[in-house]
Design a protein around this ligand. Structure first.
Ligand SMILES: NC(=O)c1ccc[n+]([C@@H]2O[C@H](COP(=O)([O-])OP(=O)(O)OC[C@H]3O[C@@H](n4cnc5c(N)ncnc54)[C@H](OP(=O)(O)O)[C@@H]3O)[C@@H](O)[C@H]2O)c1
Length: 261
């Protein structure tokens, strides 16, 4: 059995974690932002990383990661709105235990144009896209990969949610974004039901709020208090590692703090 020790790349956010097994993680939307950072950090920890993306051509970011870690990074195509594509990848990996399934892929909005999500100018076809991506996608991933997770040692199903989906303290400072907020609230409820349904399998389910993270698309926006992806993801990896069965279904942030529904 391997004993792996990981130190986050950014010296400021050193997160020492010890592992006792070689594990597998599957990540959706792994070609950029938080998903890419998960792929990088888990690859550096010697996890087998199944990094998925929805593009027709393999994104350069993932090709580069695979070149850096040829023995433990695999790249697959999954558009989480495409149910058949999810089933096909699940079938391809049948019998492969997946310790951590991370449903990270989501759409937020066009950051420069809030009108499609504003009452009075709601773009209703877009609502379907949000729900299919941010809610049905993670639900379908959980169903399709349940057996893979059940066969693993860590048995984690993780959805990257947002405090924007919190009915208790959903931030209002970001304005409307009714589709995004509604989708994340629905995601949280969906994951509670997945947690209940998979408890007998020993699977631990969690919805995680990553905090405000300055991903590539926010490079030109002034977002005070937003942290680098390495800090958020380093924190979430620690939270994922330390989850206990009695926490299954919980909504936590990147530091493991319970978030209000
Ligand atoms: N950044 C933050 O401050 C923040 C805060 C709270 C929550 N979150 C959550 O964190 C997660 C990651 O966000 P991010 O900031 O990293 O966003 P991002 O940079 O926009 O990345 C989103 C990822 O999702 C992928 N994606 C979108 N639709 C998809 C589909 N149908 N199938 C497969 N992949 C799809 C994108 O692929 P393409 O490149 O092909 O578009 C991209 O890889 C999301 O769940 C988001 O809601 C982020």
């Amino acid at each position: 059995m391997k004993r792996l020790k990981y130190f986050a790349a950014l010296a400021l956010f050193v997160v020492p974690i010890s592992y006792t097994h070689a594990e597998t993680v599957l990540i959706t939307g792994a070609n950029k932002g938080i998903g890419l950072e998960f792929a990088k950090q888990y690859a550096a920890m010697e996890f087998k990383v199944i990094a998925t993306h929805r593009r027709t051509i393999t994104p350069d970011t993932l090709s580069a990661l695979q070149q850096e870690y040829p023995s433990n990074v695999l790249i697959e195509r999954i558009d989480v709105r495409n149910l058949d594509m999810i089933d096909a990848v699940a079938e391809k990996y049948r019998g492969q235990p997946i310790d951590i399934l991370i449903s990270n892929a989501a759409i937020v909005a066009d950051l420069t144009d809030p009108t499609p999500q504003m009452l009075g100018s709601l773009d209703f076809p877009l609502f379907t896209v949000f729900m299919e991506t941010n809610v049905r996608g993670p639900l379908k991933m959980a169903e399709a990969f349940r057996e893979h997770v059940k066969q693993s040692e860590m048995k984690r199903i993780i959805s990257i949610s947002s405090l924007s989906g919190s009915l208790g303290t959903g931030p209002t400072r970001l304005g409307g974004r009714v589709y995004y907020k509604t989708s994340k609230a629905a995601l949280n409820m969906a994951m509670i039901t997945v947690a209940r349904a998979t408890a007998d399998d020993g699977i631990i389910v969690a919805s995680l709020h990553p905090g405000g993270v300055k991903v590539e698309k926010l490079a030109n926006f002034n977002v005070p208090g937003f942290m680098p992806p390495a800090e958020s993801v380093g924190g979430m990896i620690k939270v994922i590692n330390e989850l206990t069965p009695n926490q299954s279904g919980w909504f936590l942030d990147w530091k493991g703090r319970v978030q209000p529904w």
